[in-house]
Design a binder for this molecule. Structure first.
Ligand code: PLP
Length: 428
């Protein structure tokens, strides 16, 4: 039996060959656990699906930035999609080849841009006219020419949560087509930039192909106009956004996207870049957490966990749903037997916010203080968004490879919470 790509053997949840309770016993909870096999498999699925055109898979660092994860993907040939100088630093520390790094983000600072110019990255995904002018100026001051793509806003609805929709015209991302075309007519005369690509990332957790096709058609048409204006455009970048399974089977196989997108790209004769994050790491990660208390009050059963919204923000931020189940349980999640023993529970964290709730009225089996639970599909935008809110050290991270696991980030301590802070001198 498998839950979200993780095997259950005799009622005991495993990550690859390791019973997850062994990890919790050794390291405590909350702890993020990632499967190397799953993340490698998902990277390979995408890479192999897009084998009909020359494709650079740029792993989106923001989804799970841990160095070891970046290193594993780099070893498989991944490039990187970064959105800040900090992410660029991280990718380079993981051994990334600079010519496989693309740099997006609506607010690149001069410091970010100079660092990327000095690092000789593959290209900037430019998100506004003033940003293009700043890159042009900084590059000329350094006596170099920056390779850039224009990130267009194709005004396509990806049918996902509004907070992770990025390609509609009312969002802050990219440049509208009219303005982009005006810029593309000017770029051949700018000495500090060379327009070599067109980029569009329309959103995240997309589980249909039609929005991609619509966005790609607009992107290709625009890329053609850029070429006509004298720009040496060779790359089309369709961003990331490929959806995964959270509480039900909703993900499309990588091949579904490839089947509709590749013929369009190959006909037009471009190299393709994609920027997947969630698809690679989402299902590879679980968050292990222990039950602190079970509180029965009024007509409600609250299962209070030692993981909170500071550890996994998505449910509080987007109303995102994750499957949750005990790491050792005699009944199978979703089965008729489970239905017989489950009663509704609110699965909540310890943070002082009502929004600190992972699931409301979730049919859940009886659990007791100390029981270990797994929150599934937590690899993407989990640890990446963790904070110290409520004075809570961030979790440890573990990478499982077959029979072994490595601690790839230590659990923070209370000392870490005040590191870098200074008390003020008395002045009364
Ligand atoms: C420009 C860009 N590319 C790629 C991604 C990765 O998206 P996903 O994790 O859904 O694949 C994002 C996510 O926000 C993004 O903003």
């Amino acid at each position: 039996m498998e839950y979200f790509h993780h095997e259950v053997r005799d009622g005991v949840l495993h990550c690859e060959n390791v019973p997850v309770e062994n990890i919790a016993r050794k390291l405590g909870t909350p702890t993020y656990v990632y499967s190397r096999r799953i993340l490698e498999r998902h990277f390979a699925l995408l890479r192999d699906a897009f084998d009909q055109v020359e494709t650079l898979v740029c792993y989106s660092v923001k989804s799970l930035p841990n160095l070891a994860v970046c290193q594993v993907l780099r070893e498989m040939g991944a490039g990187f999609d970064v959105v800040s100088g900090g992410e660029l630093f991280r990718a380079l520390q993981a051994g990334a080849h600079p010519r496989k790094i693309v740099f997006a983000g609506v607010g690149k600072s001069a410091e970010d841009i100079e660092y990327a110019l000095d690092s000789r990255i593959l290209m900037f995904n430019v998100e506004s006219e003033p940003e293009l002018r700043k890159i042009d100026l900084l590059a000329r001051m350094k006596g170099v020419r920056a390779d850039v793509a224009l990130r267009i806003n194709p005004d396509v609805d990806p049918h996902t949560h509004r907070h992770i929709t990025t390609g509609k015209k009312e969002t802050k991302f990219g440049i509208d087509l009219l303005a982009a075309e005006r810029l593309a007519r000017e770029t051949p005369s700018l000495a500090g930039v060379r327009l070599i690509g067109v980029h569009a990332h329309i959103g995240s957790q997309i589980t249909e192909t039609a929005p991609y096709t619509e966005a790609l058609e607009k992107t290709l048409e625009f890329a053609g106009r850029c070429r006509d204006a004298g720009n040496p455009v060779e790359w089309v970048n369709i961003g990331g956004g490929f959806g995964i399974d959270y509480v039900k089977d909703e993900a499309l196989p990588a091949s579904s996207y490839a089947e509709v997108l590749q013929p369009l790209i190959s006909r037009a004769g471009y190299r393709l870049a994609i920027e997947p994050g969630r698809f690679i790491v989402g299902n590879a990660g679980i968050l292990l957490t222990s039950v602190l208390y079970v509180k029965e009050t009024g007509d409600r059963r609250f299962v209070i966990l030692d993981a909170g919204m500071n550890d996994l923000l998505r449910p509080a931020l987007y109303g995102a749903r994750h499957a949750i189940w005990p790491a050792r349980c005699d009944v199978e999640m979703g089965s008729a037997e489970a239905e017989a023993v489950c009663t509704p529970a609110d699965i909540v964290g310890p943070v002082c916010e009502t929004a600190d709730c992972f699931a409301r009225d979730l049919p859940f089996p009886p659990v007791r203080e100390g029981d270990l639970l797994a929150i599934f599909s937590a690899g993407a935008y989990g640890m990446a968004m963790a904070s110290n809110y409520n004075g809570r050290p961030r979790p440890a991270e573990v990478l499982v490879s077959g029979d072994y696991f490595d601690v790839i980030r230590m659990r923070e301590t209370w000392d870490d919470l005040i590191r870098g802070e200074r008390k003020v001198a008395r002045w009364d």
